[in-house]
Design a protein around this ligand. Structure first.
Ligand SMILES: Nc1ncnc2c1ncn2[C@@H]1O[C@H](COP(=O)(O)OP(=O)(O)O)[C@@H](O)[C@H]1O
Ligand SMILES: [Mg+2]
Length: 358
């Protein structure tokens, strides 16, 4: 949906953004992450040409922004690409509803319609009952919600968010992250979200692009970056991340060492635990190595009498924090839609949680 190619912005002798390439898919929450001064805001603002690139191109839905005239650009910013900032400028003498309707007012949407859309947007951010309040009657977190409602009310194709939660207390910040994730689950929008907080990036980003001195260090999903930092800089950055919350079963699992079908002869799989699958790869159960040996001793022709369920089933997207403790009582088996996709060993867990490089 959005592409940047060779994007560069030079201020004097400073390359604020230096030859950056990226692609943002429709419906993705794409995070630009880096320390202060790494070029995040400059890059974000080149996406709607609030900052004019020194070189390189941006396209939205295949249209090169460089080719847009002033009127088309205004149209783009008004209707398609909305920006949300760290500090929303709410009008103090207007009600919350009027503030939420502001983006529609700019577009000359009729009054009744814009108030109605503002109310619905306020509803979605949990402020349905505060429409008549004034901004100063709201907490900081609620004011950020009004700003988000203002952006949502215009129903943009793309949201550009520049550290929208950075000024909030940690707990309220988490609420806002949850709200954003809920809104995305409900109706995915294409969002480019800037943060200097890697935990925030990992928590909400479908993919994260790590910037340093205007250059891309790495781009990938949170678990990909955690599992394989591209360089020492990214490695140091991710050292402090709350791995148990970021890493999911699929990020730490490995293929099941040994699988079989019900008709497999015990002699063929002697010596290991065996996962028994049906013809569609659905997991039927586990035969422990001792049971394989017992079946062989008893002269059983196959494994069918020995299939048991002494394991924990974990879905691929479950974070470690929610299942790691189960590993002490039984093996962890990652199952997606009935299919065995992998296993998680104690060693895999320790390696992942300890941040030990494989
Ligand atoms: N308008 C400007 N004029 C001169 N230098 C700028 C301007 N905007 C940003 N810079 C410089 O470009 C670099 C990147 O800034 P910025 O994109 O704001 O980074 P971030 O958002 O990651 O903190 C910084 O060194 C900053 O000082
Ligand atoms: Mg910035």
């Amino acid at each position: 949906m959005i592409t940047g190619t060779g994007l560069t912005k030079v201020y004097g002798t400073k390359r604020a953004v230096d030859d950056v390439d990226f692609t943002v898919e429709a419906g993705e929450l794409f995070v630009l992450m880096g320390l202060s001064g790494s070029g995040k805001s400059t890059l974000l603002r080149m996406i709607n040409r609030l900052v004019e690139p020194t070189s390189g191109t941006v396209t939205i839905d295949g249209v090169d922004l460089a080719g847009l005239g002033a009127a088309e650009l205004r149209e783009l910013r008004n209707r398609r690409v909305n920006m949300v900032f760290q500090h929303f400028a709410l009008f103090p003498h207007r009600t919350v509803r009027q503030n939420a309707a502001y983006g529609l007012e700019v577009r000359r949407v009729p009054l009744a319609e814009r108030l109605d859309r503002a109310d619905r947007a306020l509803e979605r951010v949990g402020l349905g009952d505060r429409g008549d309040a004034r901004p100063q009657e709201l907490s900081g977190g609620q004011r950020q919600r009004v700003g988000l409602a203002r952006a949502l009310a215009t129903d943009p194709d793309v949201l550009l968010m520049d550290e929208p939660f950075s000024a909030l207390d940690p707990l309220i910040r988490r609420d806002m992250q949850d709200l954003l994730l809920d809104l995305q689950a409900d109706r995915p929008r294409t969002i480019v979200f800037v943060t200097h907080d890697l935990n925030e990036a990992m928590r909400i980003g479908s993919r994260i692009m790590v910037l340093k001195d205007g250059r891309v260090q790495q781009c990938g999903t949170g678990p990909e970056i955690l599992a394989a930092p591209a360089n020492d800089y990214v490695g140091e950055f991710v050292a402090d991340v709350d791995r148990a919350r970021v890493l999911t079963a699929s990020a730490v699992m490995r293929p099941a060492p040994s699988t079989a079908v019900l008709s497999t002869a015990p002699a063929d799989v002697l010596g290991s635990d065996v996962f028994v699958l049906d013809a569609d790869d659905k997991l039927l159960g586990l035969v422990g190595s001792a049971d394989v040996a017992a079946a062989l001793d008893a002269g059983e022709p196959d494994l069918s009498a020995r299939v048991a369920d002494g394991y924990h089933v974990v879905p691929p997207d479950r974070p470690l924090v929610e299942f790691a403790h189960l590993a002490v009582s039984a093996p962890l088996v990652v199952v997606d839609d009935g299919r065995l996709v992998g296993v998680v060993s104690d060693r895999d867990l320790l390696t992942a949680l300890g941040g030990v490089r494989a």
